[in-house]
Write a protein of this length. Structure first.
Ligand code: THU
Length: 157
């Protein structure tokens, strides 16, 4: 048997001025948008924002349901909106924010990672991810693939 290793590389900073103006705007708009989260059951208000290749910024939140599994994460609310309304645009960067001080950024759930990967493969261009904590810690991943190594995709079908 041969051991194989996977290394996941990401950057961490707490300096907002390390980002360019477009990304700083994306981050501040995404943070403010968490006020729109519909999370009456968990009170865990998540927002996501993304910047397209035309410079447009669009945002989404989690939307919960009394039947808990019906709830949708902020990332998938936003990605569904992006793919259906901007089918020919490329997503450059997506930011995710949780309005709760938990010490470090929250990272997308497995289902959202699979959705991100699908869209990254569809657009043939990596989606940069910026995970933002309430305390001002930023984790930067260069691609959805970094969050989902050894992924399943449509090539196998
Ligand atoms: N949630 C998100 O919106 N994104 C994540 O990355 C993690 C979890 C939502 C789903 C649910 O509304 C609440 O957070 C608690 O799980």
């Amino acid at each position: 048997m041969q051991e194989k290793k996977i290394v996941v590389r990401f950057q961490e900073t707490n300096q907002i001025d390390q980002f360019n103006e477009e990304i700083q705007t994306l981050i501040s708009q995404t943070k403010a948008f968490s006020a729109n989260a519909y999370a009456p059951y968990s009170n865990f208000k998540v927002s996501a924002g993304l910047v397209l290749d035309n410079g447009e910024i669009i945002k989404g939140t989690n939307v919960e349901n009394a039947s808990y599994p019906v709830s949708i994460c902020a990332e998938r609310t936003l990605l569904s909106h992006a793919v259906s309304n901007y089918p020919n645009n490329v997503i450059k960067t997506m930011a995710v924010y949780v309005d709760k001080a938990i010490g470090s950024p929250v990272s997308p759930c497995g289902v959202c990672r699979q959705t991100l990967l699908e869209i990254e493969l569809k657009q043939k261009s990596p989606i940069q991810l910026i995970l933002v904590s309430k305390e001002g810690v930023y984790w930067i991943f260069d691609s959805a693939k970094d969050l989902l190594p050894v992924y399943f995709d449509g090539e196998a079908l």
